[in-house]
Design a binder for this molecule. Structure first.
Ligand SMILES: NC(=O)C1=CN([C@@H]2O[C@H](COP(=O)(O)OP(=O)(O)OC[C@H]3O[C@@H](n4cnc5c(N)ncnc54)[C@H](OP(=O)(O)O)[C@@H]3O)[C@@H](O)[C@H]2O)C=CC1
Ligand SMILES: CC(=O)[C@@H](O)[C@H](O)COP(=O)(O)O
Ligand SMILES: [Mn+2]
Length: 389
């Protein structure tokens, strides 16, 4: 199998390369941002034909990575011939290459949830226009996918996503003083910084609810969240006959990535329509995984974690509201990590931006302009709020 990988130096990116190494896949193109030390090691090991880096490190990268073509264009990388194109970029910057890959007919294993959150319908149009396919990597969404294979999405009564509850699920009651170091300490998963903070506010689950509705074409009112501190059950489907199907597994994203690589060639060309999948050999040595212990499920606490309700609100507002929500969160999380905003300020910035978000239909231009507007408004709110709130 020949892979293209965007976001190769991140948490999902490096684990994708673990799977590629274990299964002996060819990696023909890589895209990274600014971590040239790691990218250089990846280039030495996997020998891609072409790599992309962020514009401001292009000169440096060309000097260091002699013998390989180096560009600064993730969309060009995304369109290159490959059996599977993995998108593991973090943030809305991952939207354009997702579109480009699908319009070029690529089978995309998609970790970048922001694409489905902001542009679900457009993504499906791009897939239809170019013959591309989509398979999710996100653990809850691969869980739904794996439960949906062989079923008809019209028989779904409810899609249920589990949330770990994040590092603050059991306290402190007052979250105003929590630090970035505390927020980054996820109880169950080892992930990039942005998604880790999102897990702490529960906005990650909010984004995942929107991602889920777009991926499977199910209304938001039928996508539910349950807090499950063990993160052993990743997702459940309740069917209209009352039966439940669940996906369970160890907290190791290499399983989700390997499944996405197996499933991508028969992936979805329209929401909620996975093809049948032949699974590859085991990765990561979990065949002996002992399913022991207690599985707990709780209602999410929307008072301590208002961001989850804000995501539902943005989804109900529709149009460009999910784009505004996403942009406000990207800016606010960065400000929190830089010590310019308190933890509770993240949800306040989102709220303030949503309150001003105009109605507007979704097209590629309105997503770009809303994203730019919401980023600017978020910075203005942050400079007024400051630390701690
Ligand atoms: N980590 C996880 O377990 C999970 C992640 N996801 C989703 O997957 C996506 C990736 O998450 P994660 O791996 O944690 O994120 P990371 O922050 O660990 O990695 C982000 C990647 O994007 C790259 N990047 C940044 N800027 C650019 C740019 N301008 N051009 C090209 N690449 C760029 C980074 O490069 P560099 O570091 O070189 O600057 C890095 O390789 C997110 O959307 C997240 O929500 C979903 C489920 C689980
Ligand atoms: C591994 C994965 O898919 C993450 O999105 C995970 O779900 C984050 O954990 P939370 O459940 O705490 O948001
Ligand atoms: Mn997830």
């Amino acid at each position: 199998m020949r892979l293209t990988l965007l976001g190769s130096t991140g948490s999902i990116g490096t684990q994708t390369l673990d799977v590629a190494r274990e299964r002996g896949f060819t990696v023909s193109a890589l895209a990274a941002g600014r971590n040239l030390d790691l990218l250089e090691a990846q280039v030495r090991e996997f020998r891609p034909e072409v790599v992309s880096v962020a514009e401001d490190v292009l000169k440096d990268a060309r000097a260091r990575l002699g013998g390989v073509k180096v560009i600064s264009d993730t969309s060009e990388i995304a369109t290159l011939p490959a059996d599977v194109t993995v998108n593991a970029m973090s943030g809305l910057i991952g939207l354009a290459p997702t579109r480009a890959a699908l319009e070029a007919g690529r089978s995309v294993a998609l970790a970048t949830k922001e694409a489905m959150v902001t542009a679900g319908l457009l993504i499906w149009e791009a897939a239809a226009a170019g013959g591309g396919r989509v398979v999710p990597i996100d653990s809850e969404h691969t869980g739904i996918y794996q439960c949906l294979v062989g079923e008809d999405v019209h028989d779904v009564a409810e899609l249920i996503l589990t949330a770990s509850g994040g590092p603050f699920r059991d306290g402190p009651a007052d979250l105003s003083g929590v630090t970035p170091a505390q927020a980054l300490k996820h109880p169950n998963w080892n992930m990039g910084r942005k998604i880790s903070v999102d897990s702490a506010t529960l906005l990650n689950k909010g984004l995942e609810v929107l991602e889920c509705a777009s991926l499977y074409g199910v209304p938001l009112s039928r996508v539910r969240v349950t807090v499950h501190p063990q993160s052993v059950v990743h997702a459940l489907i309740r069917f209209r006959d009352g039966s439940l199907k669940a996906n369970l597994g160890p907290t190791d994203m290499r399983l989700a990535i390997a499944y996405a690589l197996d499933a991508a060639p028969t992936g979805m060309q329209a929401p909620g329509q996975p093809g049948s999948v032949r699974r590859g050999p085991e990765v990561a040595g979990h065949l002996g995984w002992p399913l022991l212990g207690t599985l707990e499920f709780r209602e999410p606490d929307l008072e301590r974690f208002p961001a989850l309700a804000q995501a539902y609100r943005a989804g109900e507002m529709g149009g460009v509201a999910p784009t505004a929500l996403n942009a406000a969160d990207e800016v606010a999380v960065e400000a929190f990590l830089q010590g310019r905003l308190g933890f509770l300020g993240i949800a306040r910035v989102i709220e303030a931006v949503l309150n001003e978000t105009p109605q507007g239909s979704v097209n590629w231009d309105s997503i770009a302009s809303t994203d730019a507007w919401a980023r600017q408004r978020s910075e203005e709110f942050i400079s007024k709020m400051g630390v701690p709130l």
